[in-house]
Structure formats: C-alpha cells, structure tokens
Design a protein around this ligand. Sequence first.
Ligand code: UDP
Ligand code: MG
Length: 337
Amino acid sequence: MFVKPSQFIILKQTLCPMTNTPPDLSIILPFHNEGDLIVPLMKRLAPVLDELKLTAEILCIDDGSTDDTYTHLLAAQQKDGRLRTIRFARNFGKEAALTCGLHKARGRAAIMMDSDLQHPPETLPQLVAAWQGGARMVYAIRTNRDTDGRLRILLSKAFYSLFHKIAEIELPEGAGDFRLLDRAVIDAINTMPERTRFMKGLMTWVGFETASVPFHVDPRLGGQSNWNFARLFRFAFDGISSFSTLPLRIWTWFGSFISLMALAYGLFLALRTVIYGVDVPGYASLMTGLLFLGGMQLLSLGIVGEYLARVYTEVKGRPLYLIAREDAPSTTQENSQ
Ligand code: UDP
Ligand code: MG
C-alpha cells in the first residue's frame, strides 16, 4: 500500500503486504540526513543476510531528515523487497527512531545498527550465532575507540564511571546500540512507556540471558556525526536521571551536613562572643560561606529542575514519535534472498 507523498498522516499499524509469517530477523536502521549511505550499506548487508539463510525485513527509519534521504530509501526499497521505510514527521532523535523500530519489528529477533556503516554488517552472523546458541540479547562490544575524539573518549569514560557508581543497573563497557534482541526482550522493552528513553539503559534493565561479541568500529562512511557536546551532555543526564535518584537525594545529606556544621560554628561564635566580646572582622569568611552556600543552593535547585522537567515530559505523555509516511514494498516478494 502506498501513501501519497502529499498526504501527511499518522499510520498506527504496520502496513506489510509481504507475507503474514513474521520474518526471522528485523534489522532496524535509523537514518538522519544520510540517504546516500543506503546503497553502500545494502551492498554489504544484503549478502550477509542472504548468507544467513534467514528471512528478514529491513526497517529504515528516516528520523526527519531535511534532505532527500527518504527518496533514497524508497529507491532502495524498489530494489530489495525486504526493505520497509518509515518517515518521521520531524526529527525526534535516535532513541525515538530505535523505539519505533522495536514497535514495528515483526521478527523473532531484531538487530539495531547505525546506518553510517560504523557497525559492520559482517558482525551479524556472530550475533545470530550467539542468539541461536540461547542468548536473548547479544551486544556487540567495540574493541577500538579511535573513531572518537580525545575529549569525547574522556567524557564518555567519566560518564561510565559515574553511572557505574550511582545507577541501579550495570552498563556493559563498550556496548552501544549495536545489538540483537530476542522477541522476548523486544516485547519487554515495548511495555515500557517512559518518554525519556535511554535505550542502552532500558535494554540492560530488562535482564535476560546475554552474550557479547567483539566488533571493530569503522570510520563513518559519509556525512557527519549528529552529536555535539550539548546533545551528548543531555543524553548523559537522561541516562543518569533515568536510572538513579542519587543526584536528587544527595542534597538531603549535603544539607544535613551543612546544617550540623552551621550549628557547631554558631555555638562556637556564640561562646566566643560571650568570652571575648564582639569581634568585627570576618568579612572574608562571611562572603566565602555565603557564596558557597548560594552556589550549592542554585546547583541543587538546578538538579531538581532537571528531574522536574523530565517528570513534566512524562506527565504530558506526548507520543515519542509521529510517523508521516510508511511504505512497504508494493509487490509481493519473498523476504529472504
Ligand atoms: N540518528 C538518528 N537521529 C538523530 C541522530 C542520529 O536517527 O537525531 C542516527 C543516525 O542516522 C545514525 C545513528 O543514529 O544511524 C548514529 O548517529 P551518529 O553517527 O551521528 O552518531 P555517532 O556514531 O557519532 O555516535
Ligand atoms: Mg556514527
């Protein structure tokens, strides 16, 4: 079924004209202004899928690209009947695109991978082998970080070490979104209604038997990374706030400690005044204390605000993404090969 490009509608149900039998694998690929990568990507992905001898659907999600990405995706769909394309009404972010992929996936397992070929399709047989060996979630662990800048590596290390200390779950080191999820895991994640979606965390939170396979991160094939430091920082705080309330609670301890210290200092000052009389100097200590406490109060208020903003987002309960267009191949075609 085709939807006219001019129509801007939200389609809720999967339009799948292929077969009613669910495929073995759903490959989830988010795209943002990188439609020209679909041809080289399919050149490498298609033979790998053919080799696996499993039926597959390839879900290409155009996350509100501002260029002709969707046209490229439609053209690729004409060449390979396994492709299904979805276009968001605007850019909702990678986490929303992955969430949509998991909602739409019909496979017995799904594999999420980046479309810029940083996640080599040649790793798929290993992921599938581990799944067929009994693992419900198989994550690909990166063995190199040379594609990232030094500052990003440093900040990423700091994030993981902080997350490790304060969060209620343990994120496997080096594991990103490149992973295979069994149907049981997909269904579990799809029951989670939260709006702030830190997928790496959600996927770890559900548990199940896991396995890992190593992979080498290749340089981006083309286009530009969609991340900047403001976005990364927000993403990091989304992760921490989704899985820890320590940044909120720490102020209770800090406040109690400061109050006790203030009480002791107040007693000391009172005693000293009684014994030695009034002492006028003290401007420096007064200002230091005032500024320090003022800073701490603003910081704690800011952190409360960050949580409140996320609670507000949850309460509003807006959809995580809106689909403007969804196309499945028009001809009936076998899924695999
Ligand atoms: N992506 C997306 N929406 C966005 C930003 C990124 O769907 O708003 C997708 C992008 O198309 C790519 C993947 O997320 O497939 C990884 O993005 P990117 O390469 O920019 O991230 P990096 O590899 O630098 O972490
Ligand atoms: Mg990338």
